[in-house]
Ligand binder design. Structure first.
Ligand SMILES: CCCCCCCCCC/C=C\CCCCCCCCCC(=O)SCCNC(=O)CCNC(=O)[C@H](O)C(C)(C)COP(=O)(O)OP(=O)(O)OC[C@H]1O[C@@H](n2cnc3c(N)ncnc32)[C@H](O)[C@@H]1OP(=O)(O)O
Ligand SMILES: Cc1cc2nc3c(=O)[nH]c(=O)nc-3n(C[C@H](O)[C@H](O)[C@H](O)COP(=O)(O)OP(=O)(O)OC[C@H]3O[C@@H](n4cnc5c(N)ncnc54)[C@H](O)[C@@H]3O)c2cc1C
Length: 673
């Protein structure tokens, strides 16, 4: 039998090999859990190996040394080369393969086709009629045209009902007139809008006979297909540098009374007839499908970002030696410190949890998408509630985890050589895009309040909120169950979420009864409401983790996942324990029990720590991190990496003659006086 950890190679740093030899599970079999099948895990590695054989697809130099313009150019260069090899490298109908290819070759900072693939094509698939698909979708899929999704404006992103861009129907010419009447009505932020795309699905407020029908989607050609020059009545450009995503040209767009044919409105579900008659869609929010598409996939992208930074931090912590635990012994790997383990291991567990919760979410999304094709909309509300909560909680916890990973690498974590700061910048965009986190938590809260009302009225609720009508224990039995039975943990999470949901509900009801208008009462309860949404979502994540562990057949994989789940449940419970202490559901003694289980878990995870992150099978090419190198040879490569700095091209910079020398000369002269 070979090594269980598949990353072991001759010549690696002995400290990291020592870690890998301790693995109790086969890391490639674990990858099958993370990527949902052995075939998917195999394909990732096959794609990486194939890419490594194509020299033009390698980074020209480490990305942090590129200027913004060079980053934009480099991503476009690679997209061009990828286009030639695409069919040999991936199954183009498999989103996971495309995403992996993107991560290996280009990385997270963006590319000209990102929004084309992530939103433009999905919105056409979901909202275009067959005729419209023939006109645009098939061309888009062949990349004859490149598009984006232009919804957010300078003045409005969250509140779609107040978008200022108008699409006014002109019955006489059977056209819509698209107009940006104010500075704040300019589209602002859409990815790749600035310079890369020649088409956009523009979301505008539909006006017919002076009546406002709310946001609708319209296909707009932005640029000439040959010259790429903006078409008349269109002003378009880049919004400038951002915290991250700087290979992406997020853009602005001003439409000056631009006329487009009536048939450019996406009309699969909703219609404006020639005479201006408006035909409603089967569900008012069907046009929000592209956003739900991205939200449904965000758990997995966040899990990936979190796992990337943890891979870097855990590998580095296994070769970084500093300080002593036993003064008579050599300096220890920093991974031996309990504080380091506490800082990193719970986030490893979260990365796995997000991936498992993500798989369930994508399954529900696929079902709803199929239903919607035939006009069936029953599960849309469930999906919207679930994805709203998850996108908010998962992006926020990912942000925390990545920052802990960075800090756990000490000074070198702050260097771009770690690449963690770039991953952080990219990942935290997710707290904002696809619905600002608080706004989306409040969307979930609407759903939870409806369920709470039903329960109060004596009705039974089911599905995601079924626990609200299930029996509850007054006191948690957490310390009175056999090891590896997680039922009592999950019941405790249920209790906490239920209590908070009803606390928010009661507060809201009291205010409404006192005569406060609904929107004011809602605002005054909104912190309590977002707490309810977070607790409900964290319960779902824990349940999804437990469901996955329950289903695993392979003994060693199950045992390793079980250890992570145990850590997850104890850590997460401590994080939210104040809610259960408040009403005596948990007592001080049980808190001690949870704490001691947590510390026991850290010890149990420790020997497998490197293998848990190796199991994500993130290649050096995609990690782009000196600290996270698979072979553990960090220090000599850190020195090599610094040689890329343009400041090192000469021993003496011109600024010396220009500024520093005169400064020192004058100081010396003064001190002689
Ligand atoms: C050749 C080489 C190939 C190489 C490969 C390339 C591959 C590329 C891969 C690239 C990989 C990665 C790239 C990653 C890029 C990053 C992508 C970033 C994308 C970011 C894009 C955006 O941000 S787009 C803009 C997003 N904007 C928002 O999300 C706005 C948020 N606001 C809203 O969604 C809405 O305004 C609102 C939901 C908050 C409110 O809407 P509204 O006012 O209309 O409704 P109400 O609040 O009144 O609610 C009414 C009822 O409607 C229900 N509702 C709302 N939404 C939905 C819904 N979607 N579904 C179902 N129901 C919904 C709501 O619940 C209310 O119900 P009731 O309570 O019953 O009344
Ligand atoms: C990296 C990145 C990529 C993006 N890509 C695209 C794209 O491709 N296409 C596109 O159309 N857009 C894109 N966006 C825009 C993005 O979708 C919006 O910025 C986002 O939806 C948030 O909206 P906002 O900017 O209006 O925030 P605001 O709503 O102005 O948020 C500001 C504050 O107000 C609070 N707030 C607002 N409304 C409420 C409320 N009702 N209740 C309580 N609090 C509230 C928020 O919680 C937040 O704290 C992108 C943004 C980023 C950062």
């Amino acid at each position: 039998m070979g090594n269980l950890n598949k990353e072991i190679r001759d010549g690696d740093h002995p400290d990291i090999t020592e870690e890998r030899l301790k693995s109790t599970f086969d890391t490639h079999k674990m990858a099958a859990q993370i990527y949902n099948s052995q075939r998917a895990a195999d394909r990732r590695n096959e794609i990486t190996s194939a890419v490594l054989k194509i020299p033009e697809l390698q980074d020209i130099k480490p990305l942090p040394f590129l200027s913004r313009e060079e980053k934009v150019e480099e991503a476009a260069r690679k997209i061009g080369i990828l286009s030639e090899h695409l069919y040999d490298l991936v199954n183009v109908n498999d989103g996971a393969e495309l995403y992996h290819l993107n991560n290996v070759v280009i990385g997270g900072e963006g590319n000209p086709l990102a929004l084309h693939g992530v939103m433009f094509i999905p919105v056409l698939q979901a909202q275009a009629t067959d005729e419209q698909k023939k006109k645009w979708l098939y061309r888009a899929m062949k990349r004859e045209i490149i598009g984006t999704y232009a919804q957010t404006e300078m003045g409005h992103g969250s509140n779609l009902r107040k978008l200022e861009t108008t699409a006014t129907y002109d019955k006489a010419t059977e056209e819509f007139v698209l107009n940006s009447p104010t500075t704040t009505s300019m589209k602002w932020w859409p990815g790749n809008l600035g310079k890369s795309t020649n088409y956009a699905v523009v979301v505008a407020t539909l006006i017919i006979n002076e009546k406002d029908y709310g946001p609708h989607s319209f296909m707009v050609q932005l640029r000439d297909e040959n010259t790429h020059k903006p078409l008349p009545n269109i002003e378009v450009g880049d919004i400038g540098p951002k915290m991250a995503y700087n290979a992406t040209d997020n853009g602005f767009l001003k439409l000056n009374h631009l006329r487009i044919p009536r048939t450019n409105m996406l009309m699969k579900h909703v219609k404006v007839e020639k005479d201006g008659t408006y035909i409603k869609p089967p569900h008012a929010k069907m046009s929000y499908s592209a956003m739900v598409h991205v939200r449904a996939h965000m758990n997995n992208t966040m899990a990936y970002f979190l796992a990337s930074s943890l891979t870097i931090a855990v590998r580095y912590s296994s070769i970084r030696r500093q300080g002593h635990i036993n003064p008579k012994e050599p300096e220890v790997k920093v991974l031996e410190y309990q504080t380091q383990q506490h800082r990193l291991f719970p986030h490893i567990a979260r990365a796995y949890a997000f991936s498992f919760a993500g798989a369930e979410t994508v399954r529900l999304y696929e079902k709803v998408k199929k239903d919607m094709e035939s006009g069936e909309t029953e599960l849309m509300a469930d999906l919207h509630a679930l994805t709203s909560g998850l996108k908010s909680v998962v992006t926020y916890l990912t942000m925390q985890g990545i920052e802990q990973a960075r800090q756990s690498c000490g000074g070198h974590g702050y260097s771009m050589a770690s690449y963690i700061s770039e991953i952080y910048g990219i990942a935290i965009g997710g707290c904002t895009y696809e619905g600002e986190n608080m706004v989306m938590l409040l969307q979930l809260a609407r759903y939870l309040m409806k369920a709470a009302k039903a329960v109060k009225e004596g009705k039974k609720v089911e599905g995601l909120v079924g626990y609200l009508s299930a029996p509850d224990n007054r006191h948690s039995l957490i310390d009175r169950t056999p090891e590896k039975s997680y039922d009592t943990y999950l019941k405790t999470f249920e209790h906490i979420a239920r209590q908070q949901i009803f606390r928010a509900f009661d507060k809201l009801e009291k205010m409404l009864t006192s005569g406060l208008p609904h929107s004011e009462a809602w605002n005054k309860c909104s912190v309590e409401l977002t707490r309810a949404s977070r607790l409900h979502t964290r319960l779902f994540i824990a349940q999804a983790f437990a469901r996955r562990v329950h289903d695993v057949v392979d003994f060693h994989i199950k045992e390793a996942l079980d250890d992570l789940l145990h850590l997850h449940l104890n850590y997460e419970l401590l994080d939210v324990a104040s809610y259960a202490l408040e009403d005596g559901h948990l007592c001080g003694e049980q808190m001690n029990f949870i704490r001691s289980e947590l510390y026991r878990s850290l010890g149990k995870i420790r020997p497998n720590a490197v293998s848990y992150v190796d199991a994500w099978e993130l290649s050096d090419m995609e990690l782009r991190s000196v600290l996270g190198r698979r072979d553990g040879h960090v220090y000599e490569n850190l020195y090599k990496w610094a040689q890329n700095s343009s400041l090192n091209r000469t021993d003496v910079l011109p600024v010396f003659e220009k500024y520093l020398k005169p400064l020192m000369m004058s100081a010396r002269k003064n001190s002689k006086l």
